[in-house]
Design a protein around this ligand. Structure first.
Ligand code: AKG
Length: 271
């Protein structure tokens, strides 16, 4: 039973919908992290775009064993369901005292799918200190659709997150999240392994829904992030409510009447 996937609960799903990311600290065991430093230094052979996960990695390979970690397997299943495709993967290396910070970006082009999303797994095999230039991300930016580095001129945003984490941390991000690797000002090479997954099933109620009506779910969905102006944050809450409707199948879910108001288009003519 120990290796069973550990699904997310509704509170954590709602947190993902609001923030656009989910962080699992130190879930990967130390022996796998040690192996990763060797494996990632040699690159991981590419897989063709859209390879079914079941065929992408040999069962005894490093990526397969990483994805079998119960918290990782459970989060992936909760977010994209069974049988996802591996869109692509990449090893991201930040050289010691080398290079520049990446511009803030969302990976790929504007992706306006309202009822589906890809997730990207980001795995950090070693402890990441502030100096090592952990991935910068902007909580709650994923539903503000942008094209690649359109956001590159923003240097710092209030409430941004610079990842500092223990070894073996995995972060799942929504495909739209604004992020960028920071400059590595330390003497240590920093590795990150990223895999993008495409769902193959409808992303609806795929997690442990036993707490679906817990009041903390709504509180998570209604959270405010510091980079929003009071009024612009309304758009994010509107988009979150739309996504939560899709994920749960509840056509009436709303936050402060935003979706209800905007979708009100009466068809009945006056007598
Ligand atoms: O190196 C990092 O921390 C992030 C890199 C990344 O996500 C990217 O290049 O898109």
């Amino acid at each position: 039973m120990d290796n069973e996937p550990i699904l997310l609960d509704s509170v954590r799903m709602a947190r993902f919908v609001a923030r656009g990311s989910l962080r699992l600290d130190a879930v990967v065991p130390a022996d796998l992290n040690a192996e990763a430093l060797t494996v990632l230094a040699q690159e991981v052979p590419p897989v063709p775009y859209g390879t079914p996960l079941a065929r992408a990695y040999a069962p005894d390979s490093f990526p397969a064993r990483l994805l079998a970690v119960p918290q990782v397997a459970g989060a992936l299943r909760s977010l994209v369901g069974p049988g996802p495709l591996v869109d692509h993967h990449a090893v991201h290396v930040r050289e010691p005292r080398g290079g520049d910070a990446q511009p803030l970006h969302a990976d790929a082009i504007i992706d306006v799918r309202p009822d589906a999303f890809d997730v990207q797994l980001m795995y950090y095999p070693q402890e990441v200190t502030l100096e090592m230039g952990g991935t910068l991300s902007v909580p709650g930016s994923h539903l503000r659709r942008t094209n690649e580095t359109d956001t590159g001129r923003y240097q710092n945003l209030r409430g941004q997150d610079r990842l500092v984490c223990p070894a073996g941390t995995v972060v799942f991000v929504h495909h739209g999240l604004w992020h960028g690797g920071r400059r590595n000002d330390s003497d240590t090479t920093r590795y990150m392994f990223k895999i993008r997954f495409n769902p193959t099933v409808r992303q609806r109620l795929l997690w442990d829904t036993s707490d679906l009506h817990d009041p903390r779910v709504r509180a998570e969905l209604d959270v405010h992030f510091p980079w929003y102006e009071q009024a612009t944050g309304r758009l994010e809450r509107y988009n979150r409510a739309l996504l939560w409707r899709e994920l749960t199948g509840d056509p009436d879910f709303d936050l402060d009447h935003w979706v209800t108001r905007v979708s009100n288009r009466p068809q009945e003519a006056t007598a």
